[in-house]
Each structure stands twice: as C-alpha cells, then as structure tokens.
Design a protein around this ligand. Sequence first.
Ligand code: PLP
Length: 411
Amino acid sequence: MPKRRPLRTFDQSNKLKNVFYDLRGPLAVEAERMEADGHAILKLNTGNPAIFGFDAPDVIMRDMIANLPMSQGYSTSKGILPARRAVVTRYEMIDDFPHFDVGDVYLGNGVSELISMTTQALLNDGDEILIPMPDYPLWTAATTLAGGTPVHYVCDEEDGWNPSIEDIRSKVNKNTKAIVVINPNNPTGAVYSRKTLEDIAQVARENGLMILADEIYDRILYDGAQHISMAEVAPDVVTLTFNGLSKAYRVAGYRAGWLVITGPKQLASGFIEGLDLLAGTRLCANVPGQHAIQVALGGRQSIYGLTGEGGRLLKQRNIAYEKLSQIPGVSVVKPMGALYAFPKLDPNVYEIHDDTQLMLDLLRAEKILMVQGTGFNMPDKQHFRVVTLPWASQLENAIERLGNFLASYHQ
Ligand code: PLP
C-alpha cells in the first residue's frame, strides 16, 4: 500500500472570508435548484439584458464573426488598437472630457476584470477606498480581496440617493486612497448633478484621492437626464473611467469593457506600472469581444431608441416605478438611469429582521428571484433591488405578485 497522510480537506482561502457577491449567491443557487425541480423562475437578480429579449445590434455580431479568423491569437495586453482608438474617439466627442491617448486605454473581460485589476494594482493591506452605500457589490468584494478596506459612504434616499458630501468628508483619513463613484447608479438608478460631481472632485483634490468612476450605464438615461463624467469635472485629478458593452449594447456575454486613465498621470506612474503588469499576467482580454468595440461605438446608438419616448426600457422603468409606489408600505425613488429600482419597505409596516430570508420566502412563494438590500451593502434590511428588464406585462405581473406576497408577510 502506498503511504498516504490522513485525509486532508480543502477550505476556501482566508482571503475570501469577507468577500460577498450575493447577486449570484445562495439565493441564486436555490433558484437553480428549483428550476431543476421544474419551476419557472423569473430571474431578476442580474442586469443581463439578453435573457429578456434585448438583442444586440446585428452589425456588432456581423463584425465579430467577420473578425473571428483574425482573433485566434493573443492580442497585446492593453488590447487591439482599433478598439482602443474607438474608445479615444468616443470620449473626444464629449466636450469637456480630458484628453487622453490610446496608451491610456485598457481593454478587459468586462468592467469586472478591470475593477479587480485596479484594486489589486492600487491597494496595500489596510488602504481604504470610499465606496457608495448601497453599492454595486463587486467594488466592495474586489477591494476586500485586494487587502484593502472598503469604507461605505452614505447615498441619501431622502435626497434622491445623492451621495452625502458631508459623510464622504467625515470618512476620509490618512489611509484613504481612492473614491468610487457609480453614476448612473446601480442599484438606485440615481444620476448625479454637476454640483454633486464637483463636490466629490473637490474632496478628491483636497485629499489626494484617485477617482474610480464606474460609468457603465452612462447611455441609459430617462426623461432627458444628462450624464456628466467624473473626469470632466476632475481633469486635475487622477481618474479612472470604467465602461463597456454589457448594458448599452446588450452583449454582456462578450465580456468587452475598457478603462481609461486621465488627469496628472505622472502622479500615478507606479500604479500604472502595476496595472501594466497585471494586464500582462492575464495576457489579454477575449479577442473576439474586443472586435465588438469599434463597431459598437461608431454610428447610430440604438440604446437611445430603447430609453427615449416610447422606448421599451423607458416603459418598463415607468411601470416599475408606478407599480412599486402603489404597494402599501413601499416607497421608491424614481430611477433616472440604469436598469434598476431600489425600493424601501416602511419599517412601521414591515419590520424585516432578515432581508435574505424575505427574498428567499418570495422566491419560494412566487418564483421570483430578487436581491436583498444587504447584498448591496445596505445595512438597514429594509430594501431590495428590482431589475427593470422584463417586458412591461411580465414586470407588472411580477410586481403585483410581490405586492400580494408582502401583504401577507410577517417575520
Ligand atoms: N459596474 C456596474 C455598476 C455594474 O452594474 C456591472 C454589471 O452589472 C458591472 C460593473 C460589470 O460589468 P461587466 O459586464 O462589464 O463586467
């Protein structure tokens, strides 16, 4: 008999102990189990346009297919030149966006990979990053995994979910290295005013912070809302702007994203070396996906047909807002951008002790999967996120069922 040591078990690394991503967490696993048992589940846990019949523009697919024979090899680490050039041109069309060149553009497997690379390249153990609360939870997870400390700043529901500048100021200290701004916001749907952005830029300026601007929803705007990029109001601050094709071009599966660096880059030369190193160690972003970028960014922007007058996304936003507001004990700030609403359960009507349990009970009773507010690092347990992607009739029906479920809910 060959010698063998006593059976060894394998646990997850300690690095993952405080890392959470509930959008695809235990509730999603339970939904999959229920599906395997034959239940039809309405999955409102991720902003995945394709599964709700939002097809990508044909021309994107045609260009990608045409380029497949040229996509067999690795590309350069930052990505293919025509795609990076298209990113430069995209921002040249925005009057006040600071100048940058193709060398300042990094393509990634979605914004997600670029968020991980950025936090890994930037943070030493104990460095702090200011992150909105509620947040898109990957920012908190990636910061934690990189050894950093996420410090959440308040976005004030009473003030249309605007970031509280006072709260941000009170949380800056000598360990604070950067501030994350998600605009338009997931999960709240808020679109920030120039004044708010300028105030954040001023805090960054005064305290030597890097700005990390996640603007993946910048073309998904309703009722004439205007998007202003953080980089526009902070040309004198090192700013990383993140964006990609997953939402406005409905090709989340192609994993095509970019980040651009603007501002006084000489202050960030060490960080940039680190970013280059990490871009190289992951070799390159998926090359067929990179070929989708140039065609997507040029020409007619089909997203505006969906968000403008009579557009499908606008109609769905309207239904979500109206129907949620009609549920007794539920209030919701009208989303002005993105693909979500973040309603509140009145604590005088519903005293929720465990919002994950609430969402689990909803899943089991109504076969609807939504994500609890604590999944977005919202501590009060009185919130949840609704994805506004389903067809109007499907969304209306889902919110009606949610209302019925809540009416008889006690914890
Ligand atoms: N940032 C925000 C605010 C998001 O909502 C998402 C996806 O939902 C991402 C980043 C990740 O996008 P990608 O598909 O480009 O990785």
